[in-house]
Design a protein around this ligand. Structure first.
Ligand SMILES: [Zn+2]
Ligand SMILES: [Zn+2]
Ligand SMILES: [Zn+2]
Length: 326
């Protein structure tokens, strides 16, 4: 497999076949009896029976070994698909969705996500660590057993680059963080706010790409998801995430969730050089949830300009009205 960059859109694309998994079994591949035979990257809690277990992805898109240098092919750029690809098994129980976890169990998953980001950032080759979760067949989940995935890449994904650039421009202009400004304005207006738990906010963004798109943000500024500020209470974030997922599952059968955090600053060369001075001031970690609402799946068909039939003000009002406890 190799990575190729479109010089016009700046997107990196993974090209080539994924390794075959061998025989496909009808049994769940993430059952404790199976995965406990495999070497684990991390267990939570560290002592006793595991609740969350991290494994290498059995069919990885990226490999730790390989050629990570960028090669030119005429005017084009390509490189080997070097990186890391891990699976976070979020519970030993096959039928338990994250929305059914206790706040403490969700906090465990959040802690594991942070620990994997921090650990993978020690490798200076990796420029960005992505954490994402696809739940439901419509979201393209790989297993129905609750899990999320972590990838480390030797490039910064285009979407993150856009966010970094906008946040940087905003800060240069106003000396304020664009995400902190967003939280303050949304808090004042209230109409797109779904819920607040302590210092954590859930809101439907002003220009939502899809119906019921929801972001989770911390009121206190911090560019690193993996390094909570002293005094922050991640149990509140866990509680908010659980409540938001229980609301969303009543309107959408599937969703994508992604953690956006600061890129790795160990490697100061290349595409983001010169940027780093204000990064701790201008970027702000957040979680984005993109639900997939079946009847509105047309929203996804027009790729150039997003079409979303549901106003975020109405989506937030609908979500507020739903029971977050069941
Ligand atoms: Zn299972
Ligand atoms: Zn901020
Ligand atoms: Zn984002």
């Amino acid at each position: 497999m190799e990575l190729r960059k479109d010089p016009i859109t700046q997107s990196w694309v993974i090209l080539g076949q994924r390794e075959a998994l061998g025989e496909v079994s009808a049994e769940c591949a993430l059952e404790p009896a199976k995965i406990e035979k495999l070497p684990a990257i991390l267990n939570w809690p560290a002592e006793g029976a595991w609740q969350v277990r991290v494994l290498p992805h059995p069919e990885p898109l990226y490999h730790i070994e390989g050629e990570s240098a960028r090669l030119a092919e005429g005017m084009y750029d390509k490189m080997g698909a070097v990186g890391a690809h891990e699976v976070v098994v979020e519970t030993p129980l096959h039928d338990k969705r994250m929305s059914q976890f206790s706040d403490k169990e969700i906090e465990g998953v959040l802690w594991v996500w942070g620990a994997r980001i921090a650990d993978l950032k020690k490798d200076a080759r990796f420029k960005y660590i992505s954490v994402f979760k696809n739940q439901g067949a419509l979201a393209g989940e790989e297993w129905s057993h609750a899990h999320s995935q972590v990838t480390a890449t030797i490039f910064v994904p285009r979407r993150i680059k856009y966010e970094l650039n906008s946040a940087h421009e905003w800060f240069k202009d106003k000396e304020r963080c664009i995400f902190c400004d967003t939280v303050r304005q949304e808090e004042k207006q209230g109409k797109r706010m779904v819920e607040v738990q302590g210092d954590y906010y859930a809101l439907c963004p002003y220009a939502s790409l899809v119906p019921y798109e929801t972001w989770l943000l911390h009121r206190r500024h911090n560019h690193l998801f993996e390094q909570p500020r002293p005094g922050s209470n991640r149990r509140q974030l866990a509680a908010l995430l659980g409540r938001v997922l229980r609301r969303l599952e009543k309107v959408a059968p599937a969703f994508h969730l992604v953690v956006h955090t600061s890129p790795n600053t160990r490697n100061k060369k290349g595409e983001l050089s010169g940027y780093w001075k204000t990064l701790p001031d201008d970027y702000h970690w957040h979680i984005e949830i993109l639900p997939i609402v079946e009847r509105r799946s047309k929203s996804y068909s027009i790729k150039e300009v997003y079409f979303n039939a549901e106003l975020p003000e109405q989506a937030a009002a609908n979500l507020r009205a739903l029971d977050p406890n069941s």
